[in-house]
Structures are given as C-alpha cells and as structure tokens.
Ligand binder design. Structure first.
Ligand code: ZN
Length: 107
C-alpha cells in the first residue's frame, strides 16, 4: 500500500497503530456476515439442516471475507476517523508539500 495519496499527498497512516481501527471494522463485518449466513442457512433449510454444508460455507466465508474486505475496511476506517479527527494544520502542510513535489517531479 502506498504511504501517501498520489493526488493530494495525504499520509494514510496518521499515527502508529492507526490501522487497528480497520482491523476492528474488518472483524466486525466478518463476524456479522458469519452470523447472518449461519442463521439464514439454518432458517432456509429448517428442520433438515445440512450441518456439513453450513459449516463448510461459513468456514470458507470466514477465510475469504476478511482478506477480500481488508482494503475496503481501511477506506471505511479512514473515512470514519477523519470525520471525528479532521486533518491538523501540520498534516495539511505536509500533504501539500508532497503533492507539490510530486507535481514538480512529474514535470
Ligand atoms: Zn488524496
């Protein structure tokens, strides 16, 4: 992943441990999807629930969803975090300098 936005120069990781929020979002989405799929599969097939299939589908989903959703969880986390912790003056200045430098180097 790039350290800075190629357009505006914003540094993505604003502080050490910044992506813990994205991991929490990713875990929450994965768990909510697991519960939803689990209850849906049971509800649709009740009373003859194919437990092997339910287990196979939910285990596969628990392996696939966190990997596929991880980049989007970072985007969601940044949007949420920026909404309650707007950029500070130093961050805007640094981003602006990076963007200007990138424009200069591009010609
Ligand atoms: Zn940007």
């Amino acid at each position: 992943m790039a350290e800075h936005c190629p357009g505006c120069g914003l540094e993505f990781e604003r502080e050490p441990g910044y992506w813990v929020g994205a991991i929490i979002i990713n875990t929450t989405v994965t768990f909510a999807t697991f519960i939803g799929m689990f209850l849906l599969l049971i509800g649709v097939t009740w009373p003859d629930v194919p437990w092997g299939i339910v287990m196979g589908v939910t285990v596969a989903a628990n392996g696939i969803i966190p990997v596929v959703f991880y980049p989007l969880s970072k985007t969601v986390w940044m949007a949420l975090e920026l909404s309650w912790h707007p950029l500070e003056t130093e961050e805007i200045t640094a981003a602006s300098q990076r963007a200007t430098l990138a424009e200069y180097q591009a010609g």
